[in-house]
Write a new protein. Structure first.
Ligand code: SF4
Length: 417
C-alpha cells in the first residue's frame, strides 16, 4: 500500500446529516446514487434511507426536470445523509437544487460548458458554502453538438491512440473548466474522470492525480450488473486506492445500489482504508471433502450477521475439519462441518457440536454472546486465534508456526507508511 496522496479537502453536510469530509486526511468515503425517480418523493426517501442504512456516506440523486428539484426540500427533510444533486444539460437545475438546500452539486463539463452558466452555479455554491464535483466521463467527453468537431474527435478516438487521446481530452476539459473556477477563486472542488474501461480508468486517474491537487472521486462508469461490474470496478478502484489515489468512491452497477455501497465498503475494509463496521465473514470455497450444504449456510449467515452484528467479529464457516481449522485461523467464532454436524469454536474453545439444521442459529447465538462479552469488556476481538489440530498429520515438514517459534524462519514485518 502506498501512502495516500495529499489533496485539498472539501466537506459537505450539516449537523442534521453529519458532515462528510473528502480529501486531505479524511477517510475514503463511499457514495452511491439512487436508481428511482427523484420526483417520486416517498420512494426516493425510502431508497435514500435504505442506502444510508447500508452505510452510504453520501447519496446522489438525478434532477433532470423541474419536478425533481421541486421534490428536494421534502426529500431533504426526511433524510439524514448528505445529498448531491446530479446536474446535466440544464444549469438551472443546479440553481434550483442549491436553493432547495442540497449539500453538493455535480456538474458535467461535457454538457454544461457555457461560462456564464457555470459562473452562476459557482456564485450560488459560494454563497452557501457548497462544494462542486466536476465530473467528466467517457460517454460525454466527445463533442456532440458541432458535427465537424465530433468527426475529428471520433476519428482520433478510434485511431491508434484511443486511450491516449481520451486521457488528453479529459485533462484538457478539466483544465478548461477549472480555469473558470480559478477565475472565481472557487476551490471547493472535487474531480472525477470516469471511463467504462478499468485499465483506462487507472491510467486516467494516475495522470490527473499528478496534475491536480483536488480530491478525486473514483469510479468506473457503466460497469454493468453487479456480477461482472464488481470485478471491473474493484480492479480499477482497488488498484488506484492501493497506490494512494482516491478520496471518495462510487461503484456503479446496473443492479440495486445497496450492492454498490456494500461492495465499496468491503473494498475499503480490505484495503484497510476504513475501520470495519460489522462482522467479517470468511468461508471455504468447498471441495470434495464438504460435509454440509455450505453455500446455503454461508448466505444465511451473511444476511443474519449483517442484520445483527455491529462489531468487526471475524466469523469463519468451514466445510470440513481437515483443512478448515488452518484456513480459519484468526477467526473469533468459527464452525467446522463434519458428518452433517457443525463443531463451533469461540476464540479457540470448542463450545458446541450441533446437527446441520442447528448450525445457523447456534452460530449466531455464539456471535451475539461474543459481541456482548466484547461490549462488556470481558473479551477482545482477535485476542485468541483458533488453533485446532487437524485429524491427519501435517507431516515431517511441520507447520510455519513451529518454524517461526524455533527461529527457523525470519518474521517479516509489513506496515503502511
Ligand atoms: S475447509 Fe474442507 S471442504 Fe472447505 S475447501 Fe477446505 S478442505 Fe474443502
Amino acid at each position: 500500500m502506498s501512502p495516500r496522496r495529499k489533496t485539498r479537502q472539501i466537506s459537505l453536510g450539516n449537523d442534521r446529516t453529519g458532515v462528510v469530509r473528502i480529501g486531505g486526511d479524511a477517510p475514503v468515503s463511499a457514495q452511491t446514487m439512487t436508481a428511482g425517480y427523484t420526483h417520486a418523493i416517498d420512494t426516493c426517501v425510502a431508497e435514500i434511507n435504505r442506502l444510508a442504512a447500508a452505510g452510504a456516506d453520501i447519496v446522489r440523486v438525478a434532477v433532470p426536470e423541474r419536478k425533481d428539484t421541486e421534490a428536494l426540500p421534502e426529500i431533504l427533510n426526511q433524510t439524514q445523509v448528505p445529498i448531491v444533486a446530479d446536474v446535466h444539460f440544464h444549469y438551472k437545475r443546479a440553481l434550483e437544487a442549491i436553493e432547495a438546500g442540497v449539500h453538493k452539486i455535480r456538474l458535467n463539463p461535457g454538457n454544461i460548458s457555457d461560462r456564464e452558466q457555470v459562473n452562476a452555479v459557482i456564485d450560488a455554491c459560494k454563497e452557501r458554502g457548497l462544494p462542486i464535483r466536476i465530473g467528466v466521463n467517457e460517454g460525454s467527453i466527445i463533442e456532440r453538438k458541432d458535427k465537424q468537431k465530433r468527426a475529428v474527435e471520433l476519428g482520433k478516438y478510434f485511431a491508434e491512440h484511443k486511450s491516449g487521446h481520451l486521457i488528453a481530452l479529459m485533462i484538457a476539459k478539466l483544465e478548461e473548466y477549472l480555469d473558470i473556477f480559478d477565475a472565481k477563486d472557487f476551490h471547493d472542488v472535487c474531480i472525477s474522470a470516469k471511463s467504462m474501461d478499468p485499465a483506462l480508468t487507472i491510467d486516467i486517474y494516475a495522470e490527473i492525480s499528478k496534475r491536480f491537487d483536488y480530491p478525486l472521486h473514483l469510479g468506473v462508469t457503466h460497469a454493468g450488473p453487479k456480477e461482472t461490474g464488481c470485478i471491473r470496478s474493484v480492479v480499477a478502484l482497488g488498484t488506484l486506492l492501493a497506490n494512494g489515489i482516491g478520496d471518495t468512491v462510487r461503484i456503479s452497477y446496473a443492479s440495486d445500489p445497496v450492492y454498490e455501497v456494500e461492495d465499496a465498503l468491503e473494498m475499503l475494509y480490505c484495503l484497510q482504508l476504513r475501520p470495519r463496521i460489522g462482522a467479517e465473514l470468511i468461508a471455504c470455497p468447498t471441495c470434495g471433502r464438504i460435509q454440509v450444504d455450505l453455500f446455503t449456510l454461508v448466505q444465511e449467515v451473511r444476511k443474519k450477521l449483517a442484520a445483527e452484528i455491529s462489531l468487526p467479529i471475524k466469523v469463519a464457516v468451514m466445510g470440513c475439519v481437515v483443512n478448515g481449522p488452518g484456513e480459519a485461523e484468526g477467526a473469533d467464532v468459527a464452525v467446522f462441518a463434519g458428518d452433517r454436524r457443525g463443531i463451533i469454536y469461540v476464540q479457540g474453545e470448542r463450545v458446541a457440536n450441533v446437527t446441520e439444521e442447528e448450525i445457523l442459529e447456534r452460530l449466531l447465538e455464539e456471535c451475539r454472546k461474543f459481541q456482548a462479552m466484547v461490549q462488556r469488556g470481558e473479551a477482545q476481538l482477535g485476542q485468541k486465534k483458533v488453533e485446532i489440530v487437524p485429524p491427519d498429520p501435517i507431516g515431517e515438514l511441520g507447520s510455519g508456526f513451529d518454524k517461526i517459534a524455533h527461529h527457523q524462519v525470519e518474521q517479516v514485518t509489513v506496515g503502511r507508511t
